[in-house]
Design a protein around this ligand. Sequence first.
Ligand SMILES: [Zn+2]
Ligand SMILES: [Zn+2]
Length: 382
Amino acid sequence: METQTAEAEGWKLDPLNASFLTGIPILAAVGMVWYTMNYGVSSVELGIFGFMYIACGLSITAGYHRLFSHRTHKATWPLRLFYALFGAGAFQNSAIKWCSDHRRHHLVTDSDDDPYTVLKGFFWAHIGWVMVSQEEAVVEKVDDLQDDPILAFQDRHIFLLGFLVGMILPGVAGWYFLGGVAGFLGGFIWGGLFRIVIVHHATFLINSAAHTWGTQPYSTANTSKDSPLLSLFTYGEGYHNFHHTFQADYRNGHKWHHWDPTKWWIRGFSFIKVTSGLHKIPDKTIESRRMKTTYEKIAREENKELQESAMSFVDRLRSSYSQLDAHRKALKDAKQKKTGVSNENRKSMCIDLKHEIKQTKQAIAQIRNEFQQWMNGLPTAA
Ligand SMILES: [Zn+2]
Ligand SMILES: [Zn+2]
């Protein structure tokens, strides 16, 4: 039954991705417990973890996301190479494939064609979509990225690069600083396995949590939300409503005090000319957009009240009309009744009913009148 539904939806389980995404966390957990029990944890393992966490994480946020997907600035080749290598180490596919999905996500957010729409559920947006191969998935244009020899090379050798940079490199660092096979394992487990899991889920949270919880100061056109809390461990990517509204901006947290290490990293490199052409949306555009969205939200809220008032008139009118129908029918029946009721009684019944019909008609006229007055009292659109 489940298979039938899956096939009807046009996707089937991707065994490689599914086993990687479930297997690595298990290996990391078992490995960390085993390693800590046998060798303990020193500042070296934590240092390797920290370096790899920052290098791979920023390669995704500053590299894959803000540079390659959105072209919010330019970067010289050494930095692009760094992003290509450590981005591969993040095990989130090649920049070309990542950006294709991501550009599609922005183009058709929340629609059926959005590869990780949250409208198919939190789990789907978070990790489910990676675990299946979507046969019908549309590939977004990434010619500009294919023209970059660094990214084309990375795309061709993504698994080898990922394995070397994401797993072997931290292992070698552990071997170098701690010595021997145990040192290698320390670096591999902390800087490789554990770090892959953390960076994976930090990225995934942007597709799931940042489309579920938070505020919408700039746009309510889609499910994207601003969440300063999420920004704390996603290198500033939590300001996702701002990002969906102004995707050409190299910042996600646009105010100086917004926690956005990715923007500081990009800006920092601009001082030594490694990055350039940092695109910023003017403050006045951001401000007016914010005001417009606030106004729209209030107007929608008021509209809800207006709609409720209008509905109460509609309800009253409907019930009066059905009363009128009932009285008319009763009157007709009374007029037709020949037996069991004396003429005198029937006459008084008919008078009563006629009276009720008259009253109901008056009630309807009153509702119409009140409705008209209510309409006249409505503020006209400015
Ligand atoms: Zn984006
Ligand atoms: Zn998004």
